[in-house]
Design a binder for this molecule. Structure first.
Ligand SMILES: [Zn+2]
Length: 266
């Protein structure tokens, strides 16, 4: 068990390293894989031994080896978060290896969507589409879309995607009427469609429920801490990503049962 935990943690660190590449490159419209990583200040390529997740950051004391420019705490933080998220999925779903491989591969997409939305209020289409495509690949391995036959699972996924899109489109329309400005971006609508392909229509509802609670809580803290004004927008993508993650981890049915039991039992 210890060996497997270690393996999943290392796999998560590698994925986290890739998440950092996405966070840096996707908003600038650069390729995901080429050229090799380089320091954004002095542009000298980063050697493999300086590119080891977390360890290199510690050994270089957070500075570029060549120009001593600060690397930024975002890099080890994203790597660590990705490793923990991966470890949890892995231990939760062992031995469903197909599902583990695909759901953990979604982690760098979720983390980069989160970081980019926090910084720019945008959810790049390339990341959202890739998440949706991975969701389609995951259909045969899914413990969530548990139809007796593959075509039924595929229908559940497509129905989930459609439900996610329609629900968010509807909420965006209501939001615009109520607040006289854009309340939900087009990126949120597309992200929920991609999420629906993974978790089906029930998962869409549970994701929305969790994301709304988490987002409201976060907004309240920011307002009380006087970080933002009452009418300032907050990005919704990070909370959709987090809500979705809990669905991947526990499945919508189990989360719903937990909520219903706590609300309706004396
Ligand atoms: Zn440098």
């Amino acid at each position: 068990m210890v060996f497997q935990d270690l393996l999943s943690f290392l796999w998560g660190l590698c994925l986290g390293s890739f998440a950092n590449v996405l966070i840096h490159r996707v908003p600038q419209g650069q390729s995901w894989i080429r050229p090799r990583s380089h320091c954004p200040v002095c542009h000298i390529p980063i050697a493999f031994y300086d590119n080891i997740p977390i360890l290199s950051f510690l050994r270089l004391q957070g500075l570029c080896r060549h120009c001593r420019a600060p690397i930024g705490w975002r890099y080890p933080t994203v790597e660590l978060l990705c490793a923990l998220a991966t470890l949890w999925l892995w231990t939760q779903w062992t031995p469903r290896w197909g599902w583990i491989l695909l759901s953990t591969t979604a982690m760098p997409l979720l983390l980069s969507l989160t970081a980019i939305d926090l910084k720019t209020f945008l959810l790049p289409d390339s990341l959202t589409w890739t998440l949706g495509a991975l969701g389609l690949l995951a259909i045969p391995f899914s413990p969530i879309l548990s139809g007796p036959l593959l075509p039924i699972q595929a229908l559940q996924a497509l129905w989930g995607g459609l439900a996610g899109w329609a629900l968010m489109r509807f909420l965006a329309w209501i939001g615009e009427r109520l607040f006289q400005k854009e309340a939900l971006g087009a990126g949120d609508v597309k992200l929920m469609a991609a999420i629906g392909l993974w978790v089906g229509w029930k998962g869409v509802l549970v994701t929305l429920m969790l994301a709304s609670c988490l987002g409201a809580f976060y907004g309240l803290i920011l307002i009380l801490g006087k970080k933002i004004h009452k009418r300032d927008p907050i990005p919704f993508g990070p909370f959709l990503a987090l809500g979705f993650y809990f669905n991947l981890l526990f499945s919508p049915d189990r989360i719903l049962r937990l909520f219903l039991i706590n609300i309706f039992s004396p």
